[in-house]
Write a protein that binds this ligand. Structure first.
Ligand code: HEC
Ligand code: HEC
Ligand code: HEC
Ligand code: HEC
Ligand code: HEC
Ligand code: HEC
Ligand code: HEC
Ligand code: HEC
Ligand code: HEC
Length: 355
């Protein structure tokens, strides 16, 4: 452990405490006071080599109001048996209590255990210490229920929590239509977890991921196909249906990952309304957006609206063109049938020798 401890009390206290490791197991439960002797001093902190300060001030009050307020220090820090700690205590394993059938009364479901199969859990297992453990999303001593708006995993807070590590994505997201909406307290807008899930987060190239290319439309549709959600914001819901009927949508449903999904055109973390000049679907930017996959796409390639329901009059020219062809087809069919009947009539008359 590198770093300088600003706490002169330690040296003075040491003889009085001795090595707790030697205490018989019945008394091995170290009492709160034993920890707060040092950690209960407000100025107890450590200056790390990089100049950052690690606050080591923790008391029973720190846990007050949290879901774990009835727990004692060593319920979680169960590996701390030596004082002073010979090495930096290991990080807490929440699954020490949070496992199915635990006697602690800690809530558990398979949903949380899915974390171990997620991109984060697998990265930790491979030794990537930058990936999150449970506490990196939930907090250390201040863990609150998700319903509590102050919780690190609360609907309106969780993006900031993910953003501590995914810094650039968070910066993009915050200025996107969804991030701005959530910032205003609109809970219908997706936070990171609204598209990625909470514990079942997978890499975007993993077919299990909610944001795997062929699953994206389903994710967006959760909200964008719902009239009751979109009605509140005056946004139409037909985009989903028109996409699914489009060339891209049909190919995607057949498993193509190269055709456009909603995010290929709208962006992922930087989605903005079409009238915003920074939007990838702003008329000015559409040729460039299509051009990512259709090299040489010029403004003519992308003319007209993308999400068009040719069955509606609002579709403008497309409606009339579609209608024109519909009636042209019907007209042609009728003419053809009439022609066949007239022809048959003529032949029978000729066969009967009538003139
Ligand atoms: C004699 C004073 C003393 C007592 C008593 C004490 N600690 Fe510590 N603790 C320290 C010091 C000093 C450090 C910093 C060690 C370092 O990193 O150099 C520390 C570090 C820690 C850390 C790790 C902080 C980090 O770097 O992330 C934890 C966790 C911790 N103590 C928990 C406890 C618990 C739980 C108890 C009670 C069982 C306890 N301590 C009792 C002095 C004490
Ligand atoms: C619900 C479990 C839990 C309980 C109860 C708990 N801690 Fe912690 N503590 C943590 C977690 C999680 C961390 C973050 C480091 C890690 O991941 O292990 C932590 C970190 C610390 C640190 C390092 C500084 C910091 O704030 O990150 C100290 C010191 C500490 N705990 C002392 C205590 C003391 C003293 C008590 C009793 C008053 C206590 N803890 C009770 C879970 C707990
Ligand atoms: C010493 C056992 C223990 C440890 C270790 C522990 N918990 Fe808990 N946890 C509990 C108990 C018991 C409850 C239920 C508290 C209650 O309902 O009063 C709980 C409740 C919770 C809740 C609230 C869940 C709900 O549905 O109400 C969350 C979230 C939580 N713990 C997360 C964590 C995280 C994250 C860690 C690791 C940092 C952790 N716990 C470590 C025992 C533990
Ligand atoms: C990548 C971040 C992340 C990680 C890692 C994570 N969680 Fe969660 N967890 C969340 C989010 C976000 C929610 C809130 C879900 C919601 O809104 O209902 C949640 C919800 C929970 C709940 C229910 C809380 C409540 O009040 O309903 C528990 C319990 C829980 N997680 C335990 C764990 C445990 C145990 C681990 C580690 C094995 C873990 N989580 C790892 C993000 C995470
Ligand atoms: C509207 C849905 C949506 C929201 C909200 C969202 N994402 Fe994404 N995210 C996606 C999609 C779709 C992809 C896949 C993009 C691709 O295939 O190139 C993705 C990819 C990712 C990736 C991997 C690709 C990369 O660029 O590194 C990370 C990491 C990520 N998101 C994190 C986050 C975080 C953190 C947040 C919250 C700040 C967030 N996402 C919010 C839809 C979303
Ligand atoms: C403690 C830092 C940390 C936190 C907090 C965190 N992540 Fe991550 N995340 C990582 C790291 C590191 C990786 C890379 C893992 C690997 O592939 O080795 C990752 C990977 C991902 C990926 C997969 C990237 C890809 O290649 O497609 C997604 C998606 C993701 N995180 C989303 C989230 C979301 C959503 C949250 C919040 C609920 C979150 N993360 C919270 C560190 C974090
Ligand atoms: C959890 C629900 C939810 C999900 C998932 C979601 N959105 Fe949204 N989206 C919203 C809400 C709510 C608004 C309106 C916000 C506002 O107007 O303040 C919105 C607004 C938009 C807008 C701006 C529309 C306008 O006319 O202002 C676009 C474009 C958009 N979303 C595209 C997407 C795409 C693409 C995806 C998938 C990658 C997606 N959304 C996923 C809820 C969602
Ligand atoms: C993510 C890549 C991607 C993006 C972005 C994209 N497309 Fe496509 N699109 C494809 C692929 C792949 C095909 C399959 C046929 C092909 O290879 O040309 C296709 C086919 C089409 C077709 C039908 C077949 C044809 O070649 O006539 C049209 C029309 C089309 N795209 C228009 C657009 C327009 C307009 C945009 C921009 C608003 C756009 N696309 C954006 C990948 C994309
Ligand atoms: C090939 C590119 C492309 C694909 C794929 C695509 N869109 Fe769009 N979208 C656009 C363009 C361009 C606009 C701009 C207005 C217009 O032309 O209709 C738009 C408009 C929108 C709007 C209205 C935004 C506004 O500000 O008026 C929403 C909402 C929307 N799309 C959602 C979706 C959803 C959800 C999906 C997937 C199911 C999707 N889009 C797939 C190109 C695309």
């Amino acid at each position: 452990m590198k770093g300088r401890v600003i706490c002169a009390v330690i040296a003075a206290l040491l003889p009085g405490i001795g090595s707790l490791g030697a205490v018989p197991s019945a008394e091995a439960r170290v009492s709160l006071e034993k920890c707060t002797l040092c950690h209960g001093k407000p100025e107890f902190r450590k200056i790390l080599v990089d100049g950052k300060i690690r606050d080591l001030f923790v008391t029973a009050d720190t846990l007050k109001g949290s879901v774990h307020e009835k727990k004692t220090c060593v319920d979680c820090h169960f590996d701390i048996s030596e004082i002073p700690h010979r090495e930096r205590p290991r990080r807490i394993a929440c699954t020490h209590c949070h496992y199915k059938g635990n006697a602690e009364g800690a809530p558990q479901s398979d949903a949380y255990l899915a974390y171990f199969d997620s991109v984060h859990g697998k990265a930790i297992a491979k030794g990537n210490s930058k990936a999150p453990l449970c506490q990196d999303c939930h907090g250390n001593h201040n863990i609150l229920k998700a319903k509590n708006p102050e919780a690190a995993v609360a609907r309106t807070k969780v993006a900031e929590t993910c953003g501590r590590c995914h810094i650039e994505i968070y910066a993009q997201y915050k200025t996107s239509i969804h991030g701005v909406a959530l910032g205003k307290g609109i809970v219908e807008a997706p936070s990171c977890t609204g598209c990625h899930g909470e514990h079942k987060i997978y890499g975007h190239e993993d077919p299990k991921s909610t944001v795997y290319a062929t699953h994206v439309a389903d994710q967006c549709s959760k909200c964008h196909a719902s009239v009751s959600v979109m009605g509140k914001f005056g946004i139409e819901t037909e985009q989903v249906a028109t996409y699914k009927e489009s060339f891209h949508g049909v190919a995607s449903q057949f498993g193509s990952r190269t055709v456009a999904n909603c995010a290929s055109c709208h962006g992922t973390h930087d989605i903005r309304p079409a009238e915003d000049p920074l939007s990838s679907v702003n008329p000015k930017n559409v040729p460039k957006t299509c051009g990512k996959c259709h090299p040489g796409a010029n403004p003519n390639f992308a003319v007209g609206k993308m999400h068009i329901d040719a069955k509606k009059k609002e579709a403008g020219i497309v409606y009339y063109v579609a209608s024109f062809f519909k009636y042209l087809t019907i007209g042609t069919m009728l003419a053809l049938i009439a022609h066949i009947f007239l022809d048959m009539y003529g032949r029978t008359r000729r066969l009967r020798g009538e003139k």
